[in-house]
Design a protein around this ligand. Structure first.
Ligand code: AMP
Ligand code: MG
Length: 343
């Protein structure tokens, strides 16, 4: 018989102390708990406890070569986790922390190999979501937390999606409101010169360049790489964020998109596009909102919804890659296993 995971309700804006204490106690005892953050829900455990961290990998079915991000809630927590704090990291922290930015730095010896997946570096983030912040502060633990989904599936942006993926596999799931950003944090490595963008997110490449000047863009941001050949961003797998449906990205203007998609209209097919782009479509369309911020917010829920409805093929109108569009494009490419057609 399946044992259901404990669900703990915590208010987004003013987290109840007793509930936060309950979650802290589970984490201090080496447990794993799904928690809300402003990017996506995370599956958290004590980042310095190798046995606890191994349980994250087991619950997700995550390959052990994929490093975890370590979450902190105050500047005071940073120095013991890393070897040095370059000046660029200070600049970025001052502007973007707390927020959706992860900095990869040389790790100190307190970070177990389980957390960093054997790399000499560690990704650190200070999230802004009041619930995860209070859990970190209450427990005084740095929390390792990847996205709270089964490995390979779209990240979870609601507690319901966490329950769908992780019920019976983790010690508790915190139920708060939906994540505001909707895609995972921006990841930038400051362990190399020039700094390198490893994963695009709500802190955009343009914003990073404003603070740092030159920022290199890893090939993984816009193209396929596999986890074995490239150790610097092992998370950037071939197929990732993928629903069961086949996803194809269609690149071109709205007319060309409409023409192409209508030519492929068939039972079980659907379209995913921005408001206004669905006018001439002769098949069901799900709308991503007006711009890239809306799209980021609703993307993963939309992908999960297609599976719930039994959709077999999804044609997606390729977004611009300016600003946060780059993050949306990056996630869509992976959901599509790099099946992109130019029309
Ligand atoms: P997730 O939390 O599931 O979104 O995955 C965390 C992602 O952060 C990984 O898949 C990597 O892409 C990135 N990351 C975390 N730590 C490091 C690191 N030390 N070096 C490079 N990338 C990292
Ligand atoms: Mg993930």
């Amino acid at each position: 018989m399946r044992v259901h995971t404990r669900i703990i309700d915590i208010d987004d804006r003013s987290p109840q102390e007793s509930a936060v204490e309950e979650v802290s106690a589970i984490l201090k005892a080496g447990g794993v708990v799904a928690v809300p953050t402003e990017t996506v829900y995370g599956l958290a455990a004590d980042a310095l406890n190798p046995a606890a961290v191994r349980r994250i990998f087991e619950a997700k079915g995550r390959p052990a070569d994929n490093p975890l991000i370590v979450h902190i809630a105050s500047e005071a927590m940073l120095p013991s986790l890393v070897k040095s704090i370059p000046v660029g990291a200070v600049r970025l922290a001052r502007r973007f922390w707390p927020g959706p930015l992860t900095m990869v730095l040389e790790k100190s010896s307190v970070i177990p190999d389980e957390t960093s997946a054997g790399l000499p570096t560690v990704g650190i983030r200070m999230p802004s979501h009041p619930v995860v912040r209070s859990i970190i502060l209450q427990s005084s633990l740095a929390l390792a937390a990847p996205s709270a989904n089964r490995s390979g599936a779209p990240s979870t942006t609601t507690a319901e999606h966490c329950i769908e993926d992780l019920d019976g596999r983790v010690d508790a799931i915190v139920r708060s409101g939906p994540s505001s950003v909707g895609v995972e944090s921006t990841v930038i490595s400051l362990a190399q010169t020039p700094p390198r963008l490893l994963r695009p997110g709500a802190v955009t490449l343009e914003m990073l360049r404003e603070e740092l000047g030159e920022v290199a863009v890893d090939e993984a941001v816009t193209g396929p790489i596999d986890s074995v050949s490239r150790a610097s961003a092992p998370g950037m797998k071939y197929r990732h964020y993928a629903p069961k449906a086949r996803v194809q990205l269609v690149r071109g203007d709205v007319e060309a998109f409409t023409w192409y998609v209508n030519a492929h209209a068939a039972p079980g097919a659907a379209a995913l596009c921005f408001i206004g782009e669905d006018k001439g479509l002769r098949l069901p369309a799900v709308l991503l909102g007006k711009g890239p911020e809306d799209a980021a917010h609703s993307l993963f829920a939309a992908l999960r919804d297609f599976d719930r409805k039994g959709v077999q093929t999804v044609y997606v109108h390729c977004p611009d890659t300016v600003g946060m569009g780059l993050a949306v494009y990056n996630r869509l490419q992976r959901a599509a296993a790099f099946d992109v057609v130019d029309v």
